[in-house]
Design a protein around this ligand. Structure first.
Ligand code: SF4
Ligand code: SF4
Length: 199
């Protein structure tokens, strides 16, 4: 008898939980039904990527010491570091460097572990080509100064959702100086430093 009551209780609990989850799912659906679509007219309009966006990698040839740390930490050993030993100065001399963005998974390990910080992420994301081999960037292509969406006179930059003021969903027609929901990492750091100094 006791077992039977326990089973009924469990069944009722699970039924109630299932009903709650269905209700939560439908609440999201109904919430979206009331929203209008926001269309970004790419390539005339582009969203401003977030501060830590992992776009095309930038490489500084003169800072590279050919240590190959980037190759060892890469999950697919992707960067190609072509160097030769210069006997006169008794140092490795870099000849070529390349990364194939058709294979790269943009994990950021190479950028994170490079001892001379010669690798960095840019906010460049539109890398599409007709031939995948064109995505194999040599040191010249990697060294190209990255563009910024906000500096391109041909493009209207739009804020991503995270940069919009509270309760605003459409970035069109937003005044440039308007506040955003969250603070920038630099502002958070500055606040933390000020708090440290005070304590
Ligand atoms: S880790 Fe940095 S310094 Fe070392 S080979 Fe790679 S890019 Fe060059
Ligand atoms: S971002 Fe990741 S996958 Fe791409 S080259 Fe660097 S370590 Fe390799």
């Amino acid at each position: 008898m006791f077992n039977f009551l326990k089973q009924v209780e469990d069944y009722a609990k699970r039924t109630f939980q299932a009903g709650r989850y269905i209700g939560q799912g439908l609440a999201v659906t109904f919430d979206h039904m009331g929203r209008r679509p926001i269309t970004v007219q790419y390539p005339y309009e582009k969203l401003i990527p977030s501060e830590r966006f992992r776009g095309r990698i930038h490489f500084e040839f003169d800072k590279c010491i050919s240590c190959e740390v980037c190759v060892r930490v890469c999950p697919i050993n992707l960067p190609v570091v072509d160097w030769e030993f210069n006997k006169e100065v008794r140092k490795k001399q870099l000849k070529h460097y390349s990364i194939d963005f058709g294979v790269c998974i943009f994990c950021g390990n190479c950028v994170e572990f490079c001892p001379t910080n010669c690798l960095s992420f840019t906010e460049e994301y539109d890398l599409s080509t007709y031939d995948r081999h064109e995505l194999n960037y040599d040191n010249v292509a990697l060294g190209r100064v990255p563009y910024k969406v906000t500096d391109d006179p041909m493009v209207t930059p739009l804020r991503e959702l995270v940069y919009l003021p509270k309760d605003v969903l459409d970035p069109h027609g937003l005044p440039p100086g308007s506040d955003r929901v969250g603070r920038f990492p630099s502002e958070i750091l500055k606040q933390a430093q000020e708090d440290d100094e005070r304590n």
